[in-house]
Design a binder for this molecule. Structure first.
Ligand SMILES: Nc1ncnc2c1ncn2[C@@H]1O[C@H](COP(=O)(O)OP(=O)(O)OP(=O)(O)O)[C@@H](O)[C@H]1O
Ligand SMILES: [Mg+2]
Length: 406
């Protein structure tokens, strides 16, 4: 691997005459890439398998608390892989996240444009939504910013949070002709037969009404996209869902989330109003899911998603939320664990003797209270093997810098 990709003289440094200079940048390190077929390398801290198994048996979310880089997301990927739960669904929380974002988005603006395009060219088929009936809902949502009204008769009681503010202005939903519809193998193959009593939500491969997307009120389904939680709940088998950084959320979100997690159902009001289902909608994994005619997804407990919530301890959570989670605190990483992790990532399992002093120093710093993440150590060890020896001290200062030292 060539170290000096950039020297600062402004001239392209090509390996070969006919190759652009950027082609000299080597492949990324292994821990930066996510193979869909290979499990991630993960050194399990003591007690974590017990917590994971407890959460699985109880069908409770696992709440992982720990410093940045302590392996929380990696554990979620490993769990999804080992339990064959398909592609890991992710919901990254910010202070602006709402439960509705995670359940579904309704692109009112896209729908309005489609209706306008049809009205402007009544005889020619409009490219996005040919022949669909105008939707008064869309026409009364100028700018796509208005929320879908919250009143729905089909799912009383438990849906208030889900019915607030539909996310506006998102990209139009799928045409309804992708993935399972077109015959592509879905990310998670359905194991439950369509129409089974146990799955009120039909699997993605269930036959859907062929013309629903063009000629009826169900056209609206094309403008609905399920968010990661909605996708997990609409799937006819358990999925793995990573809800990252729940501690960054607005105060009410954990409570709103509990409501859906406890009851396993939510309503998409705009579909409930259309009452012309079943609807095929796109999930956050780009597969297609079927929502029953009343616009309500109901999930049986045995298909409950395997949920990993992560927190960097930026806030505490209310007791009613905590009592419904299995909690685990990621411990500070030890020197033997660091040696194993470096070996697994960088030397194909051989002990990383060359950098044992660096590993010991890293462990001492962590024990002494420095905020350091495992990937910093991996990155330093990876780079010193490629860099000019003269760059070592500078690299150490740059890469192994305390994360609390902004
Ligand atoms: N126990 C471990 N075994 C192997 N690799 C680890 C371990 N802990 C962390 N890593 C490595 O450190 C990197 C960061 O891990 P990960 O993204 O899972 O951390 P995180 O806790 O989710 O961090 P953040 O809070 O910033 O999202 C990954 O590249 C991962 O491979
Ligand atoms: Mg993470």
């Amino acid at each position: 691997m060539s170290w000096d990709l950039f020297v600062g003289d402004g001239k392209p440094h090509r390996a070969r005459e006919d190759e652009e200079a950027w082609r000299r940048i080597p492949d990324p390190p292994r821990w930066r890439t996510q193979s869909p077929t290979e499990p991630p390398v993960f050194d399990l801290p003591d007690g974590l398998t017990v917590a994971v198994n407890a959460a699985l048996h109880l069908r409770r979310p696992l709440l992982l608390t720990g410093a940045p880089g302590s392996g929380k997301s990696t554990l979620a990927r490993l769990l999804a892989h080992e339990l064959e739960l398909g592609t890991l669904l992710r919901w990254h929380i910010t202070s602006k996240s709402t439960l509705t974002d995670a359940l579904y988005q309704y692109d009112a603006l896209g729908r309005l444009h489609a209706v306008q395009a049809r009205q402007a060219a009544p005889t020619a088929a409009a490219p996005t939504a040919p022949g669909a009936a105008p939707d008064p809902q869309a026409a009364t949502s100028p700018g796509g910013t208005s929320a879908v009204p919250a009143k729905t008769p089909t799912a009383p009681g438990k849906e208030s949070a889900a019915q607030t503010s539909a996310a506006p202005g998102k990209a139009p939903a799928a045409s309804g002709k992708t993935s399972a519809v077109s015959g592509r193998t879905p990310a998670v193959p359905d194991k439950t037969p369509a129409g089974s009593d146990k799955t009120p939500v039909a699997p993605s491969s269930a036959p859907a009404r062929p013309e629903q997307n063009d000629t009826s009120a169900a056209d609206v389904a094309r403008f609905v996209t399920l968010g990661p939680l909605g996708t997990a709940l609409a799937s006819s088998r358990p999925r793995a869902l990573l809800i990252d950084e729940i501690d960054k959320s607005d105060l009410d979100l954990p409570g709103d989330l509990l409501d859906v997690m406890e009851n396993g159902h939510f309503t998409v009001p705009v579909l409930a109003r259309a009452a012309d289902g079943p609807y095929r909608v796109r999930g956050s994994d780009q597969d297609t899911y079927t929502i029953p005619e009343d616009g309500t997804v109901r999930l049986p407990l045995e298909h409950f998603p395997v949920i990993v919530l992560t927190s960097n301890r930026e806030r505490t959570f209310p007791a009613p939320f905590l009592r419904r989670c299995v909690r685990f605190e990621m411990p500070a990483v030890t020197e033997p664990a660091l040696s194993r992790i470096v070996a697994a990532h960088l030397t194909d399992g051989d002990p990383a003797t060359a950098e044992s002093e660096t590993i010991a120093e890293f462990a001492r710093r962590v024990e002494g209270g420095d905020q350091l993440a495992v990937n910093q150590l991996l990155e330093f060890v990876y780079l010193v093997s490629a860099a000019d020896p003269s760059a070592r001290d500078e690299l150490k200062k740059t890469i192994l810098r305390d994360l609390g030292d902004a």
